[in-house]
Design a protein around this ligand. Sequence first.
Ligand SMILES: Nc1ncnc2c1ncn2[C@@H]1O[C@H](COP(=O)(O)OP(=O)(O)OP(=O)(O)O)[C@@H](O)[C@H]1O
Ligand SMILES: [Mg+2]
Length: 256
Amino acid sequence: MLLEVSGLTKRFGGLTAVADLSFSIGAGEIVGVFGPNGSGKTTLLSLIAGVHAPSAGKIIWKTGEIQGDRPHDIAAAGVVKTFQNPQLFAELSVYEHLIIAGHLMLKRRLGWRRIATLINAGAGNAGGDLERRAGEVLGLCRLEAARDQTAAELSYGEEKMLGVAMALMCEPQLLLLDEPASGLGQAEIENLEAVLRDLRSHGTTLCIIDHKVGFLGKLADRAISLHHGAKIAEGTPAEVLRDPSVIAAYLGHRHD
Ligand SMILES: Nc1ncnc2c1ncn2[C@@H]1O[C@H](COP(=O)(O)OP(=O)(O)OP(=O)(O)O)[C@@H](O)[C@H]1O
Ligand SMILES: [Mg+2]
């Protein structure tokens, strides 16, 4: 297994957002996470990515425990989370965002002093590697045509795709996506689906949260469903989505 979570628990004061959760993700899988609003999905991904430290439990990445490690160390080890809504700089281009994301990744990996040496030496050359990776990522995310547009000029779908593209600059082995399809139109969802399938065929493992059952149900190989932070079902997406406890959990909440 690439990632194994066991007994994972996160309490915020008196509220248990993730409750004694165990599951695993194999290399090359697309794993879907379903669950009504407030069921702990975002908290789960944040725990895996190191944004929050767990109250209890273990997260084993490949061969070592990573629970409680800092986000940049976890990213450097190959696990990266995209944000539900990426923070972009209105006046910077798509390409510039990728280069900045790449610099942040290099900074984490190498430290600023080492980057300065590489950039000043010119030949080395971190700049060239970043440009090459940015070109690859633009292609993978089908953003070539938007390369020189500023973030202010992007459609909502392109903004969200740029959030994915920035995460890919870190060359993650496991990419955690928080509601990548929310707010997208049908054509944008189909584009996203094709991009995510391509990513997987290039060797990236994916764990995806989404409420859009039609999108994630089709894309995921395997799914889990959460309710009040606990796992209530696991199996193929079809099995999970017809599980009576999952249906009851969703009906208990109003959701599209
Ligand atoms: N930083 C925090 N401090 C306190 N409570 C939090 C914090 N983050 C999340 N929670 C609470 O934990 C529970 C789970 O929240 P979480 O955001 O993980 O749910 P979710 O399944 O992602 O919901 P949604 O579908 O609405 O995005 C909620 O009750 C939420 O209010
Ligand atoms: Mg959420």
